[in-house]
Ligand binder design. Structure first.
Ligand SMILES: [Zn+2]
Ligand SMILES: [Zn+2]
Length: 111
């Protein structure tokens, strides 16, 4: 499988949600406006349905988008369970779910 090559985008100094607000260099969106734009896109193109979004891209119950994310290397699978997510999510998950004893030991040592 090949990773989809996305075009290189450059922030323009105004919010990409279309509200015309000025934003700092290096930002595409005013704070939170990326979520607004995402929701609007979902509403306009997919009737606010994530199922429609998935189906529209060829994913669904028989073709897991999260498994694809892992196989593309943009997400990782937890080494101890079936949890999948972005590398930062995996780190958070591992810390929260799998290292209770380690965390308790560390706390005990610190006290
Ligand atoms: Zn905006
Ligand atoms: Zn796990």
């Amino acid at each position: 499988m090949t990773t989809k090559s996305l075009p290189h985008l450059t922030p323009t100094g105004t919010c990409w949600c279309g509200c015309a607000k000025k934003v700092g260099t290096g930002s595409f969106f005013a704070p939170g406006h990326d979520k607004v734009a995402e929701a609007a896109l979902l509403a306009v193109e997919y009737g606010s349905s994530v199922a429609q979004l998935l189906h529209g891209h060829g994913y669904g119950p028989g073709h897991s988008v999260s498994a694809r994310a892992v196989s593309e290397g943009v997400w990782r699978k937890c080494s101890a369970c079936d949890y999948v997510g972005a590398p930062a999510s995996i780190a958070h998950h591992t810390k929260k779910v799998h290292s209770t004893t380690a965390a308790e030991r560390a706390r005990g040592a610190a006290e």
